[in-house]
Design a protein around this ligand. Sequence first.
Ligand code: GLU
Length: 445
Amino acid sequence: MNLERFLLELEQNNPEEPEFIQGVREFLISVSDRIKDDFRLSNAGILERLTEPDRVFVFKIPWLNDQGKVMVNRGYRVQYNNALGPYKGGLRFHPALTLGTVKMLAFEQVFKNSLTSLALGGAMGGANFNPTGKSEAEIMRFCQSFVLQLWDLLGADMDIPGGDVGVGSREVGYLFGMYKKLTRQHNAAFTGKAPDWGGTALRAESTGYGVMYFLKALMDDNNDTLEGKTICVSGFGNVAYGVVRKAVELGAKVVTLSGPDGFIHDPEGISDDKLDYLIELRATSQDLVRPYSIEFPGVAYYEGQKPWGIACDIAIPCAIQNEIGMKEAKLLIENKCKYLVEAADKPCIADASEFLVANGVKLAPSKAANAGGVAVSTLELAQNTMKINWTNDEVNTRLKDIMERIYQLCKIHGAKPDGSINLSDGANIASFHRVAEAMIDQGAV
Ligand code: GLU
């Protein structure tokens, strides 16, 4: 098959979805060497089937604001592939969310979930809704209206949404509440629930902790240590929180965080007590990080900027896709950054990733490094099904095991003939094989 021709056709069939096309392109190029002569794959139409989601739902979400006016947003759920298990993936509430982004994230989720070795298909959804500045009541009414459009497509063995950007345990609570009312079932149709009524220990920290376990495995393998290393982090949601907490525990120093307003640089490092302040800040500040620089002496605030010009050994973008382009990649290289771990989904633009790797940076791709979140979601499902709760330690041990196994998979499948290792290729190849084999086993469906 001619890959360029295939991608061109895909683009023609999916106009105005550049992020989806780009995501598929990067993935297929990365696995192309390993699949090009495989007759079984071409005979089973695996590429054709994997570049078309199983189904896509786009729907209207009318909701009443506090002034009594009806507002309208657009909702999405892309059920991408369920060869390995029920559809599973987050919901994102973000004003710039488009169908192309949701499809790209759903495609990524299929392979991320495959890497966990758990029984999970892939999906993604959300709405172009901006939670910033909305009252508690508005958030609740919005979530209820969202579920009214989707509830009959969800279920513990069918499609199980979880959180993502803009959707945490509060939103999952409102979504689940309406789902439960409509179905009369208290089942595992959502993850990311509050720990007291069906959630799991460590779900909030899990993505960030998983990121750090992956990084630690990578550094151990390179006879390196986190002890004393300087880390730049972007974002300050759940992912960044988990990363900072675990980084501090493992002896590293995190010096930056960012919000939509800009970033803060704390040369002393963000300690545990400062993290407590961060939690408070998140609850009250509508996403702004600036107050942190006022609260603590010696902290600089850079309005409207990203932290990638600050010298660091390790960069961990935790905010959103495409925040590291060539300009940022060059700054990181100039500043001698050695590791970049993608904690957000696809924060590096393709040419920036290539440039970083070509310049010796060890790059941990998001579908592997941030799989701890969805993995712990699955531990939540397992506990729901068994009607028991595991302790922090039990969840943590399982999470650590899963992340170490994912690292090994990436390493084994990413090994190049010259002895180097490309973790992104490893993640793509390992995850692709598992999904493709399952599809072949299950026939042309
Ligand atoms: N959005 C998170 C992820 O991509 C969590 C998904 C989930 O728990 O379903 O991993």
